[in-house]
Design a protein. Structure first.
Length: 290
């Protein structure tokens, strides 16, 4: 039995998921195959790699050593793939782009459409996520990110500020906002910044709805459930919404376009970043609530 990369990857998957069933699912094999593979590997090495406990599979000393080696191999493979990806001169191939889900409608799709028309040989893989994906692990090649403090190991540019203001349903009259019903992003959104903003302005009994993503917040306000903070770039053009305040500086963040240093000169990455910057820079007044 050869001790190859797949063996190391298999052991690391079992450790990461603390069991064979979940690891098998991640690896695309059935649990019985995973059971036989682990048994054969331990027999080949003549050492036990995991203790089988009721709470899950726990690595032995030998298992931990193999997992550490697997982690080093995984890092080396990722570094190699990233460095090779930066050598291409023709804008072609797959490009993984991550962006907040709230950017998908009204902002990103027209930009992606014009990019595809310009570079038909580049195939886009869009990953919408509120959390920041790890570009060092190549979870994505390019990130469009709303942040005050982007990862210092990444390179790119700040395209604009993103202003936030309080909005309500269009066509309704509002008085003292503290006496209105509010909608609040959950404490898990934006590190709790938006939730703290609402809590400073509305008593707990006046918060009718909490939502765990920025996506859907505008729809809740437009439906009349309550008032709440929204990014100006999406809310100002929406005829179903009405702005009730000026931009609040304490909610402002930057709009960043970022990549890993090893990928900055890759043709497809360079083409995408230049195209997105060309499309977004004229929209700065809209993003900044002006």
């Amino acid at each position: 039995m050869a001790l190859d990369w797949d063996a190391f990857r298999f052991v690391k998957a079992v450790a990461d998921r603390a069991g064979l069933t979940a690891a098998a699912e991640d690896l695309g094999i059935n649990p019985s195959t995973a059971f036989r593979r682990l048994g054969a590997l331990e027999a080949h090495l003549d050492v036990r790699l995991f203790e089988r406990l009721r709470t899950g599979y726990v690595p032995t000393a030998a298992g931990r050593a193999m997992i550490e080696a697997a982690t080093r191999i995984e890092t080396d493979v990722t570094d190699f793939a990233r460095s090779v990806a930066g050598l291409g001169e023709t804008p072609s191939g797959e490009l993984r782009v991550t962006a907040p889900a709230s950017f998908a409608t009204g902002l990103l799709m027209p930009i992606l459409m014009s990019f595809r028309a310009r570079y038909p040989k580049i195939h886009l893989n869009l990953i919408l996520a509120e959390e920041a994906l790890n570009l060092s692990r190549r979870d994505a090649d390019v990130a469009i990110r709303a942040s005050r403090d982007p990862n210092e190991t990444l390179v790119g540019r700040r395209l604009s500020g993103i202003a936030w203001a309080v909005y309500g349903q269009a066509g309704r009259d509002y008085g003292d906002l503290a006496q209105e019903t509010w909608i609040s992003p959950a404490a898990t959104v934006a590190g709790g910044l938006l939730a703290r903003f609402v809590e400073a302005r509305a008593a707990p009994e006046r918060i009718a709805l909490r939502i765990n993503t920025v996506t859907g917040l505008d729809a809740a306000v437009a439906a009349g459930i309550g008032i709440g903070p929204l990014p100006c770039f999406g809310a100002d053009p929406d005829p179903a919404l009405r702005r009730l305040s000026g931009p609040h500086p304490e909610l402002g963040v930057g709009l960043w376009l970022l990549t890993h240093p090893d990928l900055r000169h890759a043709a497809r990455v360079r083409a995408f970043m230049e195209h997105v910057a060309e499309a977004i820079l004229p929209l700065r007044p809209r993003f900044e609530g002006r």
